[in-house]
Design a protein around this ligand. Structure first.
Ligand code: AMP
Length: 263
């Protein structure tokens, strides 16, 4: 969920990423300052699946940076609503954050309301990469309906797989920049200066839902609610299973050469 390359937004002291994702993160009438470029060929429309901690966020970042689609993470919308001014915080959103803090899934209706309010992002000519949505069969069915109504077809659904001991190690070492949300790992992707973000210098923190108690609940939710999506997309001929062991670049190349080779 991080943004690797930052630049100064003219006339402000702030930093924004090349794909600033305002329309997705803030919803409502927000427009992106720097929407994704329209690709020369067909736009990529990708879904990433995989257990929490499998490395979806890192791959999402690399795929979006190199192939151009916009990174649409529902988790990022909930996290942003917690801290950002200008983000609508309805009662449903506050309740969603309570579910999230404990590691539980947010109710389908809330998630689907949030995605429906952001249909323009699915319809963006730059394409999209969905990370963390859909997470239940009901969400997948609703997405299928929504994409059908927009006459859009998915390019691929990528399922990252990793043994559970490696997943636990990845989650327990994960640190996130408190400001720009870039993701690090204390051993495999450490920042240059200990505990400080390479991009903006802010402090690195451990996400509340990366604490051991919440991780257990998230894993159970994944097994029960999200794993059935593998079969859902296999039946539609869209599923590609990618081993998620190794360095981020190796996993990226594996993804590119197998799941995304023919487009
Ligand atoms: P993530 O960053 O994708 O791991 O999401 C963090 C948390 O946000 C999850 O543990 C859930 O509590 C909540 N969440 C994000 N996306 C969804 C979704 N599609 N359905 C239900 N809950 C979600």
């Amino acid at each position: 969920m991080s943004n690797n390359r930052f630049f100064k937004k003219p006339g402000t002291g702030g930093v924004i990423a090349p794909h600033d994702r305002s329309a997705w993160i803030k919803g409502g009438n927000q427009r992106c300052v720097m929407p994704p470029r329209k690709p020369a060929g067909r736009a990529w429309r990708i879904i990433l699946l995989g257990a929490p901690g499998v490395g979806k966020g890192t791959q999402a970042e690399m795929l979006c940076e190199r192939l151009g689609p916009c990174h649409l993470s529902t988790g990022d919308v909930f996290r942003a609503a917690k801290g950002c001014r200008g983000v609508h915080r309805s009662t449903a959103m506050k309740r969603a954050q309570e579910h999230m803090k404990r590691g539980n899934l947010v109710p389908d209706e809330t998630v689907l309301d949030i995605v429906s309010e952001r249909t323009q992002c699915l319809n963006c000519s730059g394409g999209f990469l969905l990370d963390g949505f859909p997470r239940t069969v009901m969400q997948a069915e609703a997405l299928e309906h929504l994409l059908g109504s927009l006459d859009l077809k998915l390019t691929a659904v990528i399922d990252y797989e990793l043994p559970s001991e490696q997943i636990i190690s990845r989650i327990s070492g994960r640190r996130t920049c408190a400001l720009c949300k870039t993701v690090y790992h204390i051993t495999t992707r450490p920042p240059t200066v200990a505990n400080r973000c390479d991009h903006c210098g802010a402090e690195l923190i451990q996400r509340e839902d990366d604490q051991p108690k919440s991780v257990k609940v998230r894993m159970e939710a994944y097994q029960k609610s999200t794993k059935p999506l593998i079969e859902f997309y296999r039946q539609r001929g869209l599923l590609h299973t990618i081993p998620a062991a190794g360095l981020p670049e190796e996993i990226y190349q594996r993804t590119r050469l197998t799941a995304l080779a023919r487009h």
